[in-house]
Design a protein around this ligand. Structure first.
Ligand SMILES: *Cc1c(COP(=O)(O)O)cnc(C)c1O
Length: 503
């Protein structure tokens, strides 16, 4: 990569000549005032942050790293415009820190783990239309529960039910706070005080200790386990049906896979059995894919449309897994079952808010036209990313890191793999590209670097494996490369005690 021109491409890295021109606390304060950035924070807090950022810049900590540059080759460094640029950089950094501290969490972070649906990192990133829809609804009143044509009171679900039906082919739909809530609502409505038959191979625990058996107990349904961990046959369900049976439940093993000597009963077979014996059938699908991943060269993941076609009475899935929308639980299925769920008093406790609704509607709209969701929904763009594009991104990032943070060790761009995560595509490793850092002898260790990046002003989450720090570019937006370079550069800057300081 070409050596960058100081003062042009490097908003937060300071050259040695820039360091001599650092603004005074007072000038930064006035710049922040001009940006309208101080009014909401206590004065003492603003001053403290300005001092911290200036101190950090002076001794090369906290991402304001001195950039080795020869002032003689760049006489523009002493111009008033470069001084203004520096002032702006410092003010922007203070503002960023005030925002991070003043507002508390959840904070924006950079996900460089390559795990597209990372539950601890908030799962799906919203699409641009979804973000705009949230902002619009947040900024004013809305017709959340009002029919604008008649002036009558409406249901918040009217905004989304038709759309879900159109996208999935279901007769009816409802939305609650998350899929766990949808499962609870379905069991409470359809099976309270009665028996639900489930295969032992599907007694799933999802992250965060959500266990299918525990949720069933809460709903007042009685669990009847059939089959064995690896094999369950149709006759196992059939023999367990009694007059007390309220539901046949199938749970998609969305975060693990039983392989080898296995047998499962398909949803189609269960529906056929349920019809014959007069027992409703429910599927907890978990991830809720609306596109065919196999058509994109990934392992097959059951789609909602296919489950709907099977004729199951209720199918539940998450809004923020493979669908790529906000946290929500969606239940689709037959008119009668969904209507009963909607009438359940629990619905009020589990209902979604207007921001979620706006984001969900906007996300679902991307699925109305073939191919559009793959372009617009970030979870899908990350999962379906073209390895050639990832390779180019990794090489670009590696070369910037070499020039700005080479002191940390050796950066290389190389092929690797990323897990899908978030209870989706279990066991699937997607071919990806990584920037791997093998730390220099005697310098920071991989875990120190990982921790330092995690504590950066804009935290960066990476993987550590076999003595190396791995940045997986799959989950990086193009505007996230620069902050990553800054975070590494902040750790590379002498003195090397920078990790986690200057905050
Ligand atoms: C993820 C998952 C859930 C929980 O969904 P949330 O939307 O996180 O509440 C329930 N069941 C299955 C099978 C899942 O994969």
């Amino acid at each position: 990569m070409a050596v960058h021109k100081p003062g042009t491409e490097v908003p937060n890295g300071l050259t040695t000549s820039e360091l001599r021109q650092l603004p005074s606390v007072d000038r930064v304060w006035r710049a922040l005032e001009a940006r309208d950035a101080v009014a909401t924070y206590p004065r003492a807090m603003v001053i403290r942050e300005i001092r911290d950022v200036l101190d950090a810049a002076r001794d090369g900590r906290a991402g304001l790293a001195p950039v080795p540059a020869d002032p003689a080759t760049d006489p523009a460094m002493d111009s008033p415009s470069s001084r203004d640029a520096l002032l702006e950089t410092v003010a922007a950094r203070v503002e960023e820190r005030l925002r991070a501290k003043g507002k508390g969490g959840p904070r924006r972070v950079i996900n460089a783990t390559g795990v597209a649906l990372h539950t601890n990192l908030g799962r799906a990133v919203l699409s641009t239309p979804a973000r705009e829809a949230v902002a619009a609804v947040a900024a004013g009143y809305s017709d959340l529960e009002l029919d604008l044509t008649t002036g009558e009171r409406g249901s918040r679900l009217d905004h989304v039910e038709g759309l879900i039906r159109e996208v999935t082919g279901a007769e009816a739909a409802l939305v609650v706070n998350n899929n766990a809530a949808a499962v609870l609502l379905a069991l409470d409505t359809l099976a309270e005080g009665r028996e639900v038959i489930v295969s032992r191979g599907q007694l799933v625990e999802i992250g965060g200790a959500f266990r299918v058996p525990a949720v069933m107990a809460k709903s007042g349904a009685r669990l009847v386990e059939v089959g064995t961990t690896n094999k369950t046959y149709r006759r196992d369900y059939e023999e367990a049906i009694t007059p007390e049976t309220a539901l046949l439940l199938r749970v998609h093993t969305s975060n693990y896979r039983v392989v080898g000597f296995v047998a499962e009963v398909s949803l189609e077979e269960l529906v056929e059995l349920g019809r014959r014996r007069g027992v409703p059938v429910m599927e907890d699908l978990g991830s809720g894919a609306l596109i065919d991943f196999a058509a994109h060269g990934l392992p097959p993941e059951p789609t909602v449309q296919r489950s709907v076609k099977s004729g199951a009475d209720v199918i539940t899935f998450s809004g923020d897994k493979l669908l790529g929308g906000p946290q929500a639980g969606i239940a689709v299925g037959r008119r009668e079952a969904i209507a009963r769920m909607r009438a359940n008093q629990l619905m009020r406790a589990l209902r979604i808010g207007k921001l979620t609704l706006a984001a969900l509607v906007a996300t679902l709209r991307s699925y109305l036209e073939p191919g559009r969701a793959e372009r617009e929904v970030p979870a899908l763009t990350a999962l379906l990313a073209d390895p050639r594009a990832l390779a180019a991104k990794a090489r670009r990032l590696a070369s910037r890191l070499r020039s700005r943070a080479g002191g940390l060790g050796r950066f290389t761009a190389e092929a690797g793999s990323s897990p899908a995560g978030g209870g989706s595509l279990p066991g699937v490793e997607l071919p990806t590209w990584l920037v791997a850092l093998r730390p220099a002898e005697g310098g920071l260790t991989p875990s120190e670097i990982e921790a330092g990046l995690r504590r950066a002003d804009l935290p960066v989450l990476v993987r550590v494996s076999q003595g190396r720090v791995l940045v997986d570019v799959r989950t990086l937006a193009s505007d996230e490369l620069l902050p990553i370079v800054e975070a590494f550069a902040g750790l590379a800057a002498p003195p090397a005690h920078g990790a986690g300081e200057g905050r």
